[in-house]
Design a protein around this ligand. Structure first.
Ligand SMILES: Cc1cc2nc3c(=O)[nH]c(=O)nc-3n(C[C@H](O)[C@H](O)[C@H](O)COP(=O)(O)OP(=O)(O)OC[C@H]3O[C@@H](n4cnc5c(N)ncnc54)[C@H](O)[C@@H]3O)c2cc1C
Length: 354
């Protein structure tokens, strides 16, 4: 059995971000790291977007960034002018390539398909593998996206559409999300906020085709790439152990009200790297207890009043864009939090606190 100082379980976004951060900060010159990952090959499988509220290592993996965005419902359309924080989209294929090129230069890092050949007893473990429990009755953000290319220039590439609620809701919360990468190329996603205990919402291909043909009025297009996924809008119950830290979605890095995880993973990787020499005695990293509290109320409202959500989201974005973006990216101060809370329908939220 091989012994390592550190073991990362799961070489996806969180595992690779952490390994990269440790490596570029020279924390693996006299320490060894095993990365355990089941996949056979790395290729683009996700498109990570977020408001860039702080620096990260992957600006060179950005497909495109935008300032302004829109939100629509069947009763209103709202454009948000945002000059403060760019909204960036990262190509996971470029991310994997960049990280793996860096890691392969370090002889102290080894990849494994499983843990059969390595000893887990004396290592410090960073785990990004989700526990196996059945979480179907919890809330998820589940979606399918396709990147389409059209023969003619159709899209306004200067503005992206964050949420278009003008679609079939089926007693849940449903919106489309459009990222125009070029005048003739865009990623279009059908997104649901719901439980995952049935298949009644999973006709993603039909939903996408209908939206592209009937709402966007695009008749002629080809599909270049597709992605499908489900982001947990709850914290998975991972056991706390002395020599183990959970990272990524498994480590509570997903913002429950939005599903945004990528930038939190980067912040968590920096925090771990900064404290790596005394990691056993370092305080657990949290996105923020106040966001956990507020997001849980928000999700209760969402569960009990799905029909109210388009209006709630629209109202939220009618205030200062800087405040909303900071709030959704967990960087807001108490005054900004209050600004957001006051925009919410008070009785609906008070009823859902308990
Ligand atoms: C399609 C998609 C799009 C997303 N888009 C966004 C976005 O726009 N913005 C945002 O902020 N967040 C987004 N997310 C959420 C989040 O950022 C990603 O899920 C991110 O990849 C989470 O990183 P992770 O390391 O926790 O999980 P993953 O990246 O999934 O990594 C987990 C790794 O563990 C491996 N693994 C699983 N089981 C085992 C095992 N038993 N042994 C060894 N290895 C194992 C998997 O192969 C995988 O590589 C998206 C998620 C998905 C699925």
């Amino acid at each position: 059995m091989k012994e390592f100082d550190y073991i990362i379980l799961g070489g996806g976004c969180a595992g690779l971000s952490l390994a990269y951060e440790l490596d570029i900060n020279k924390k693996l010159e006299d320490k060894t790291l095993a990365i355990v990952e089941t996949r056979d090959e790395y290729k683009r499988d996700k498109t990570w977007s977020f408001w860039k509220v702080n620096d990260h290592n992957f600006d060179d993996c950005v497909i495109k960034s935008w300032s302004n965005f829109s939100i629509n419902s069947n009763f209103e359309s709202h454009e948000v002018v945002n000059n403060e924080y760019p909204y960036q989209t990262i190509d996971s294929g470029l991310f994997y390539k960049k990280v793996l090129n860096q890691l392969k230069k370090n002889k102290n890092i080894q990849f494994f398909k499983n843990t059969d050949l390595i000893s887990l007893n004396n290592s410090f473990i960073f785990n990004s593998i989700m526990p196996k429990e059945n979480y179907q009755t919890n809330l998820w953000q589940h979606f399918k996206g396709i990147e389409i290319e059209t023969p003619k220039d159709i899209f306004d590439e200067e503005i992206f559409n964050l949420m278009d609620f003008n679609c079939d809701q089926r007693d849940n919360v449903h919106f489309f999300y459009t990222l125009p990468f070029a005048k003739n190329k865009a990623l279009i996603e059908t997104t649901w906020l719901s439980k995952m205990d049935g298949k009644s919402l999973n006709d993603y291909d039909i939903q996408l085709e209908k939206y592209i043909k009937q709402t966007l009025k695009i008749k002629n297009y080809k599909i270049n790439y597709q992605e499908q996924g489900a982001i947990p809008l709850f914290y998975p119950l991972n056991k706390t152990e002395k020599n183990k830290i959970n990272i990524g979605s498994a480590g509570g890095m997903t913002r429950l009200s939005t599903g945004y995880t990528f930038l939190n993973i980067q912040d968590h990787s920096k925090y771990i790297t900064h404290n790596i020499e005394k990691i056993q005695n370092t305080k657990t990293y949290h996105i923020g207890k106040k966001y956990e509290f507020l997001d849980n109320i928000f999700l209760n409202v969402l569960k009990n009043n799905p029909d109210k959500m388009p209006k709630i989201f629209l109202n939220m974005f009618k205030g200062s864009p800087k405040t909303v973006i900071k709030f959704l990216s967990n960087k807001s101060n108490i005054f900004e939090d209050l600004g957001i809370i006051l925009k919410m329908p008070k009785w609906t939220f008070i009823k859902n606190i308990f």
